[in-house]
Design a protein around this ligand. Structure first.
Ligand code: CUA
Length: 160
């Protein structure tokens, strides 16, 4: 039986595509892909994050000279701190955010910056950032988390 030249060509192309798809899965599973959540922060009890050693009472802590740690707990539909009170940190300081969720998956993004992570219950996302100017940043939740997801927001005030 004779196979047409173009049919052979398309068969070959299909096998190349299949091999490429498998390669992307293998590449991702080797940990070489994109990290969805920085897992250096470790895990916490999702029902009570503050009971864990690696998660403090939500708030802003000075941890050194020009170093701050901000512990944020996300819950439907607020960031604590962030929503009812702004997160206030100085400019030109090294600020590490530790963000976790007390209920469902949320997002934590400072609009217009690369500060952006998923917030997964039981896991602490860690992000270190240095703000080089005094200004207010808007926090939004970018993972659908329920009826008032669109209203889940907050602010980070970078003060001089
Ligand atoms: Cu929290 Cu959407």
């Amino acid at each position: 039986m004779r196979i047409h030249r173009f049919e052979k060509l398309w068969l070959a192309a299909a096998f190349v595509l299949i091999a490429a798809f498998i390669a992307t899965i293998v590449y991702g599973s080797l940990g070489a892909g994109v990290a969805m959540v920085g897992d250096e922060g470790g895990t916490v009890d999702p029902g009570d994050p503050t009971a864990s050693d690696n998660f403090r009472e939500p708030g802003v802590y000075q941890t050194g000279d020009g170093e701050y740690a901000v512990y944020v707990e996300a819950r439907q539909f607020a960031f604590a701190p962030g929503t009812n009170e702004p997160i206030r940190v100085p400019a030109d300081a090294e600020v590490t955010f530790h963000v976790t969720s007390g209920d469902v998956t949320h997002g934590f993004e400072l609009v217009g910056t690369n500060v952006n992570t998923m917030v997964i219950p039981g896991q602490v996302a860690e992000l270190t950032v240095e703000f080089d100017e005094a200004r207010t940043h808007h926090i939004v939740c970018h993972e659908y988390c329920g009826s008032a997801h669109h209203a889940m927001e907050g602010t980070v005030e970078v003060v001089p």
